[in-house]
Design a protein around this ligand. Structure first.
Ligand SMILES: C[S@@+](CC[C@H](N)C(=O)[O-])C[C@H]1O[C@@H](n2cnc3c(N)ncnc32)[C@H](O)[C@@H]1O
Length: 296
């Protein structure tokens, strides 16, 4: 696979009729220099250019965040600081080559700048989320590289990584073991992966495979027990599988805000029993794991 050609081809996605007006809005942003704080909200301070709120609203829905651009607080559907802070104590990115696969608008990548990694690369094949990234990065002015590529391209990428994050992607893949093998191939010799996925309780090596939707999300394939997940990871080649954390998704982390259209968690759960989804499956819970490629 020729990544250079693919990159060129995907740049043309920016001309799609729902994306082109957003790219035009980006071009008309004033230049300047601003102060940046990389805390729970990625915050930009200083003299505010015109039309910040209008431009940000054009780029809805904002799933991940929050961001504070001058007086505009982008209160995204997900308080992504919850996941980031939960994982924070498990990694040190100083001087590492880092990739975030399924990086969405780059919220975690912006936060990772604080660690001073050698490089930061985001992979996500969404022109809308890349446009949100470019909007925020207009102010942050980082050297994060955002690739409009998917996890399936990682093994063909020009460089290998020391640390790969792949959060909230595995359950979207119809071939989860194939995806884990792609992550494995994207790592350098002793590299590590931080991954999270929905899981179900149980001592058996089993998976839930929803008939159509899970928690009203249409493209969810396999939801494993932790033991089944471990088997996938070891059979994909990883030498170590460590469970770091697990948590139920709460409305303090995912909820409807004015920065998304449509529904959020409260509409996805059974209104009489919040331990079940509307489809009758166990409510979403996530397990966070660390995988190591080879000997340490
Ligand atoms: C549920 S979101 C997770 C976002 C973020 N990683 C997090 O944990 O909050 C899934 C993300 O995967 C992206 N995605 C879709 N197809 C993908 C692919 N083939 N490879 C990598 N990411 C993909 C979506 O655009 C979306 O941003």
């Amino acid at each position: 696979m020729n990544i250079k050609e693919l990159r060129q081809e995907r740049l043309r996605w920016m001309g799609w009729k729902n994306i082109a007006p957003l790219r035009e809005a980006l071009k008309s942003l004033e230049e300047g220099s601003w102060d940046v704080e990389l805390d729970d909200a990625v915050t930009v301070k200083g003299k505010a250019p015109a039309n910040i709120e209008e431009t940000a609203r054009l780029m809805m829905p904002w799933r991940k965040g929050p961001f504070k651009l001058f007086d505009t607080y982008i209160d995204s559907e997900w308080r992504s600081n919850v996941k980031y802070n939960l994982l924070r104590k498990y990694f040190n990115l100083k001087d590492k080559r880092v990739a975030d696969i399924g990086c969405n608008n780059g919220y975690y990548l912006f936060r990772m700048l604080k660690d001073k990694p050698k490089s930061l690369v985001g992979f996500d094949p969404s022109p809308l989320f890349k446009t949100q990234f470019d909007f925020i990065n207009h102010f942050v002015k980082s050297d994060i590289v955002y690739e409009l590529l998917g996890v399936e391209h990682l093994e063909f990428y020009e460089e290998k990584f020391d640390t790969i994050f792949c959060l909230g992607v595995l359950y979207h893949r119809s071939d989860p073991v194939g995806m884990l093998k792609s992550l494995y191939k994207g790592l350098d010799k002793e590299g590590e992966v931080f991954l999270d996925t929905f899981y179900i309780e149980g001592d058996d090596e089993m998976c839930l495979y929803p008939e159509s939707t899970y928690s009203k999300i249409p493209n969810i394939y396999f939801v494993p027990t932790v033991k089944a997940l471990r088997n996938w990871c070891l059979r994909a080649g990883f030498s170590s599988f460590e469970v770091l954390e697990s948590s139920k998704t709460e409305s303090s982390e995912q909820r409807k805000t004015s920065w998304i259209e449509g529904e959020s968690l409260e509409n996805f759960l059974d209104e009489n029993d919040s331990s079940r989804t509307v489809e009758g499956y166990p409510a979403p819970a996530r397990v966070y794991v660390k995988l190591i490629k080879g000997k340490r």
